[in-house]
Design a binder for this molecule. Structure first.
Ligand code: PEP
Length: 259
């Protein structure tokens, strides 16, 4: 199922993971800023570690380059040591990555928890980028569709139908993350179509036309254009390559492919 793409602005987000403290983060953001500012047809999102968000904001504010957090809790405030609330991100971050596979697998995040966080993002801002994706053993066992179905139904239930165009879903096959082994464009297209169809089951086809779906997993300047050329893929969630000036090339390749 290919959906009309005209209403969807491509979005490329860089997940810096646990790299770059405040000073390095600010300096790196500064070094790629002009290159990113020059490609306004793509939404560009930098996702530094939480402690570096304010430092990066100091250089990106007013440029049109957005910030994202890598995680947040669903409560507004309180005795939740180590957590960050959606209200704290407001004013700094336009996006938040939720349910990244590293959060799911190293920190035990479940679909139910990710769903509460996603609902909190809709309630308070920032906009959620919700990650789904199968592990290698699940793919090898022919369970990709089952895993994606469980994750989409579990983590993306009960969302406000009239605001679904604020949702971004990142298809990130776990075996492709940080491995240098990207999925094929056909795999990404199949997954994106399935994700959109699953959302359509819940919310209706018209409501999900504006949902953006990214591909993530070993995206590089060399392959970004192949993914962005897919009608149902609206950009990329980038890990390793977002820590380098290559990120600009990924955004440029996306702009060119969607052009
Ligand atoms: C990620 O962590 O979301 C990711 C896609 O990483 P990488 O691009 O390094 O595979």
């Amino acid at each position: 199922m290919n959906s009309p793409t005209s209403r969807r602005v491509p979005i490329v987000a860089g997940n810096w993971k646990m790299h770059y403290g405040p000073t390095e983060a600010r300096d790196f953001a500064q070094s790629i800023l002009d290159g990113l500012v020059a490609i306004p047809s793509v939404e560009r999102v930098l996702c530094p570690p939480a402690i570096s968000i304010a430092a990066v904001h100091a250089v990106t504010a007013g440029t049109g380059v957005w910030l994202g957090a890598q995680n947040m809790y669903f409560e507004e405030q309180g005795a939740f040591t180590g957590e960050i609330s959606p209200l704290m991100l407001r004013g700094l971050c336009q996006y938040v990555i939720l349910g990244h596979s590293e959060r799911r697998h190293y920190f035990g995040e479940t679909d139910a928890l990710i769903n509460r966080k996603t609902l909190a993002a809709f309630a308070h801002g920032p906009r959620p980028i919700v990650c789904v994706g199968e592990r290698l053993e699940e793919r090898d066992a022919g369970q990709t569709e089952r895993v994606l179905t469980t994750q989409v139904r579990g983590s993306l239930t009960g969302l406000p139908i009239e605001r679904l165009s604020e949702l971004v879903v990142a298809y990130e096959p776990v075996w492709a993350i940080g491995t240098g082994r990207a999925a094929s464009p056909q795999d990404a297209a199949d997954a994106a179509a399935l994700i959109r169809a699953l959302l359509a089951e819940q919310y209706g086809a018209a409501a999900v036309v504006g949902v953006r779906i990214q591909y993530g997993g070993s995206v590089t300047a060399g392959n970004a254009g192949d993914f962005a050329a897919l009608p149902d893929v609206d950009g990329a969630l980038v890990g390793g390559a977002s820590l380098k000036p290559d990120f600009i090339e990924i955004v440029r390749a996306t702009a060119r492919a969607k052009g």
